[in-house]
Design a protein around this ligand. Sequence first.
Ligand code: NAG
Ligand code: NAG
Ligand code: NAG
Ligand code: NAG
Length: 267
Amino acid sequence: MFFARSFFVASAIGGALAQISGLSTQCQNTLLAVAASPQSVCLNPSGLLQVFLQGTTNSVVTPVDTWLKGLCALGPCSNDDLAAIVTNVTSGCSTDLQPVLGNASPGSLTPLVQQIYPTVRKAVCLADNSNNKELCVTETLTSIQTNTGTLTIDKLLQIVPAIAAGEANSLNGTNLCTPCVKQFYNVAESGFPGIFGPGTTVASNVQTDCGSSFVDGASDPNIVETASNSTSASGSSGSNTSNGCGQSTGQQALLSAFLLSLLALAA
Ligand SMILES: *[C@@H]1O[C@H](CO)[C@@H](O)[C@H](O)[C@H]1NC(C)=O
Ligand SMILES: *[C@@H]1O[C@H](CO)[C@@H](O)[C@H](O)[C@H]1NC(C)=O
Ligand SMILES: *[C@@H]1O[C@H](CO)[C@@H](O)[C@H](O)[C@H]1NC(C)=O
Ligand SMILES: *[C@@H]1O[C@H](CO)[C@@H](O)[C@H](O)[C@H]1NC(C)=O
């Protein structure tokens, strides 16, 4: 029975990956192996793959919510877990990632991912007590969906780069100046002051859009952190959260490359 179930899950996931256009067979097999590895448990990979099982017409909002709730309830990935995941994915998917990463060696992204991960995890696990403790990601995606129609994977992948590029009209008037988004900004600023802190281009753009109170660093008491502090997510012990102080523009470029590579992987 265990085998039957594993086989069913593996074939369902394989089918989902095959739908993601353009991923090489080698890369798909690598992602399946990584998802099945105990070291990736901390990313709740089965929940993530459910997001891709939605096909091209269904909304991703609920599966993303389920994936993140599961992830936030687990302890964080250790640096060793992240290193294994990044090394395996970048080597198994090197052909697919070549346009984004060039010929960077498989392990070279590891320190960057280890540096970004704690901040991203903190951000995606924020919840809004004034809205039934809904995750801030879910609240924000729901509001975007209300204004732009069903948020499919394809649409999400169009919208994220548009937001990153400051093309706010792609959101059809969605108000992003909310307490949740303000706290995303606060978390990003404390993790990467060189990119989001006072005096940066990002800070001045955000201030123009949402007003100076948005960048005052104050937290809304309704917005709470739900990321579990337990250390028992996977077989490896201990997390080592680095606090990315003093980012250089080189790191900013790498950060963009990494985010783009995630998008490329998902596209
Ligand atoms: C990475 O690959 C190695 C060698 O194939 C394997 O032992 C390990 O379990 C893999 N780890 C992950 C997280 O995929
Ligand atoms: C914006 O809203 C209008 C009217 O509701 C709709 O027709 C249009 O498709 C929306 N645009 C986007 C980008 O979602
Ligand atoms: C984890 O620890 C931080 C810092 O001590 C705390 O602010 C946060 O509320 C804790 N998270 C949970 C889910 O208990
Ligand atoms: C965490 O990382 C720092 C700097 O890389 C290192 O000095 C320290 O020993 C690490 N701690 C653990 C528990 O791995």
